[in-house]
Design a protein around this ligand. Structure first.
Ligand SMILES: [Zn+2]
Ligand SMILES: [Zn+2]
Length: 274
């Protein structure tokens, strides 16, 4: 078993990405983390099993923020797997409040661990660093993960790339980053005005254009893989997001690697392995 585990190495697998549910597996040789639980337990199990991995081998669940598309499967998953759930205290409060039953009873998680943004911690052999992101939730975070010399960042649900976020995105091998909407499609799209405002606000979601600007000017070019994530189904096209990102990156001829992949809502992305 140990020998088998030793060959697994570090990998990232986006199980689902988008406004109908987000969930990603980050693993080292010995530790397997589920980042966000935004699809149902049943669907999470189904997608993991299809990829040949056993859901019961998960070590912990980490939550970025309390929006439904990041927590809808949390309670059932945590109860079924009996593994610790990590989130900030404020996110837990907001989640528990939203999950109250008819009698006002809040759901209990048997194994709950709190973390604070900016303070790193360890789960197994994975070093986790949560960092604050500008988004309209109570205490939203992105994460970096370090294990076996590989650094992975997950940053979605953020209206813009502030300096602290850019700092955390430095020297990554895998960058899972939001490319939510195309500005023109959002402007001309079907959403009511107030929703357009929210999505496009500095605490909303990152546009293809803002991401391209980062790739062209603020990005260190270190990643072997860039995963475009949390694409809007209404206000973006995968081809558009991909084209924008590749155009911005190709303007920087010094960059090696930086293969751009697209995370999807309805099917998992092929695991990225090291
Ligand atoms: Zn989201
Ligand atoms: Zn959100």
């Amino acid at each position: 078993m140990r020998e088998y585990a030793a060959r697994m190495g570090v990998s990232v697998e986006v199980l689902a990405s988008g406004s109908r549910g987000n969930s990603t597996i980050v693993q080292s040789s010995t530790t397997r983390l589920l980042v966000d639980a935004g699809i149902s337990c049943r669907e999470t199990f189904k997608r993991m099993k299809a990829a040949g991995s056993d859901p019961h081998s998960l070590s912990a669940i980490l939550i970025t923020h309390e929006h439904t598309d990041h927590v809808s499967g949390l309670l059932v998953l945590a109860r079924k797997l009996k593994i610790p759930v990590f989130m900030t205290g404020a996110t837990h409060q907001a989640w528990a409040r939203a999950m109250r039953d008819a009698d006002g009873e809040r759901p209990q998680l048997d194994r709950l661990e709190f973390f604070s943004s900016g303070r790193g911690f360890r789960i197994g052999d994975i070093e986790v660093t949560p960092f604050t992101i500008p988004h309209d939730a109570v205490d939203p975070v992105g994460f970096t993960f370090r294990a076996e010399g590989i650094k992975i960042a997950i940053a979605t649900d953020l209206g813009r790339l502030l300096a602290n976020v850019k700092d955390n995105l430095r020297a990554c091998d895998v960058l899972v980053i939001e490319s939510n909407h195309d500005l023109e499609m959002l402007r001309n799209g079907p959403y009511p005005w107030s929703v357009k405002q929210r999505v496009g606000s500095p605490t909303g979601h990152l546009s293809n254009e803002k991401l391209a600007e980062f790739f062209a000017t603020g990005y260190d070019g270190n990643a072997s893989y860039i995963v475009l994530a949390h694409l809007s189904e209404q206000n973006n096209h995968p081809e558009r997001a991909l084209r924008e990102a590749e155009k911005a990156l190709s303007g920087r001829r010094t960059l090696w690697g930086n293969r751009v992949l697209l995370a999807a809502q309805t099917e998992p992305l092929q695991p990225i392995r090291f």
